[in-house]
Write a protein that binds this ligand. Structure first.
Ligand code: ADP
Length: 227
């Protein structure tokens, strides 16, 4: 599903090279639920941006569903991003003037999918929010907003869902509800990669990748260390 090999990212900050990611290699199989942890500045966001095709590596390769992302044109990369990857953010990133249903429908409109209304409604049902379809974000609680964002992320039936601190703006109880939704989606077959600072959240994943200074410090399955 995902194979990264010796992936590195160097940012140029004036005359200084910042080595945000150095020689990172791993595989993630379809159906995995992975938590990425590590201190601030360890390269987690850089990794997510590369996996989400929001940025390109300085060196190394990234295969997503056997597609070599480096060899794609910018348009093809945008296509992969829109159709094969779902994003969930800490601050939800919903359109304020659009209803929950319209927010969820948006990726389908980019992809010119027919039946977009019905498909968006089904995605809202999957996160238990069908009865809030006509509400705008400011009429929803934080947890409900994040559920709308999750519905939007899964509406295209993506290969992977990338979530960057999805419980960071939620209280503990609501955060647990959101993680339960991710767990359920994962049980239904969605591949999920989640960045989190919270041990409780990470403990729901089946694998934890620990980053440190731009490298993988530890890669553990629930059963024990694998790499
Ligand atoms: P994390 O998400 O774990 O906090 P990041 O991936 O954001 O880590 O950052 C890794 C390193 O790269 C840090 O030293 C950070 O300052 C640096 N960095 C991130 N983005 C940029 C950028 N656009 N330009 C320069 N340096 C950056």
């Amino acid at each position: 599903m995902i194979e990264v090999k010796e992936l590195s990212k160097t940012y140029q900050l004036g005359k200084v090279d910042v080595h945000a990611m150095i020689d990172v290699s791993f595989r993630i199989d379809a159906g995995e639920f992975v938590a990425v942890m590590g201190p601030s500045g360890s390269g987690k966001s850089t990794l997510m941006n590369l996996l989400g095709c929001l940025d390109l590596p300085s060196s190394g390769s990234y295969l997503l569903e056997s597609l070599d992302i480096r060899t794609l044109s910018p348009n093809q990369q945008a296509d992969v991003r829109n159709k094969r990857i779902g994003f969930v953010f800490q601050n939800f990133n919903l359109l304020p003037r659009a209803s929950a249903l319209e927010n969820v429908e948006l990726p389908l409109l980019y992809g010119r999918v027919s039946n977009s209304h019905t498909i968006a409604r089904e995605a809202l049902e999957r996160v238990g929010l069908a009865e809030r379809a006509m509400h705008r974000p400011n009429e929803l609680s934080g947890g409900e907003r994040q559920r709308v964002a999750i519905a939007r992320a899964i509406v295209n039936n993506p290969a992977i869902v990338l979530a960057d601190e999805p419980t960071g703006n939620l209280d503990t109880r609501t955060g647990i509800e959101i993680i339960k939704i991710f767990s359920r989606l994962n049980a239904e077959g969605t591949t999920i990669i989640i960045v989190t600072h919270e041990r409780d959240v990470a403990s729901k994943a089946r694998r934890i990748i620990q980053m440190k200074d731009g490298r993988i410090h530890q890669d553990m399955l629930a059963e024990g260390i694998v790499a």
